[in-house]
Design a protein around this ligand. Sequence first.
Ligand code: PBG
Length: 329
Amino acid sequence: MITGKFPNLRLRRSRKCDWSRRLIEENNLTPNDFILPLFLIEGKNKKQTIKSMPGVYRYTLDKITHVIDKAIQKGLPMIALFPYIEKNKKNNLGTEALNENNLVCKAIRLIKKRYKNEIGIMCDVALDPYTSHGHDGLIKSSNILNDETIEILINQSLLQAEMGCDVLAPSDMMDGRIGEIRKSLDKKGFKMTQILSYAVKYASNFYGPFRDAVGSKDLLKGNKKTYQMDFRNSNEALREVALDIKEGADMVMVKPGLPYLDIIRVVKDNFKIPVMAYQVSGEYSLLENGIKEKIINENVILESLISFKRAGANAIVSYYADKLDKILK
Ligand code: PBG
């Protein structure tokens, strides 16, 4: 027997039994930590598969209530609405975004009427589902116009707020839009409508399946690098967040998720503000396909989701949010 060779402190003591591991756990997840993204389509009685996102569907409005019933029953605090817009409704200016009978507006009215404040509704503020070029803003000789885009985003925000949207989530990355949207909301009496700024949104290659889901993938000309952040940068993320907080953001988002845990941590350490993480479509589909092919087992889902909490996220936008029964068991 060798004695004295090892330290008297053995961290494995506290890992020996399950009860002990549970006792000292530092992070955990509950349904309160999740926001469920929902893809909407026009029509009736449809639940459409999305080829690049196994297990995720587009729903017509008559089918969506079933999903929301379940979300409420499970205790999810919020859903995020994303419309699949028919090609013939898209144009250069994204004018469908300002149609009070567009898919998102109809959905907000229906959900608010039926569920009141039982669950929060979050809506993207950006033009990409509505533009024929797939960009988040107006375009002029391949330049995405900042200030002109903001004018439209203000109107899109006011419209969605008027319909009953609880949380506006500008995901467009135009400079100065949070302040302008906040001012306009307050002026028009929407003082209590929250803003969740996609403050730190990278020009990421992980968004592919989402663009497929909302039907902008084949339309997108070029890339979004002149407005979304360069993935080589992290100090810049702090400047983005600082600006948006000053302009009136209630919460900020870091997006994508898993490759950007370092960013979640620095944002959380530097600003004491609710930080949301977006586990984006590409991350979801990679995990799902890996599990399906039996390359990894399904426990990778919980492990990935916990990492967001460990990094300091308050909540996670995740396509797993309606599948938590199995994951959090
Ligand atoms: C659009 C938007 C995107 C996502 C959410 N809102 C894609 C993009 O910026 O091209 C991506 C979400 C995901 O990949 O799950 N403004």
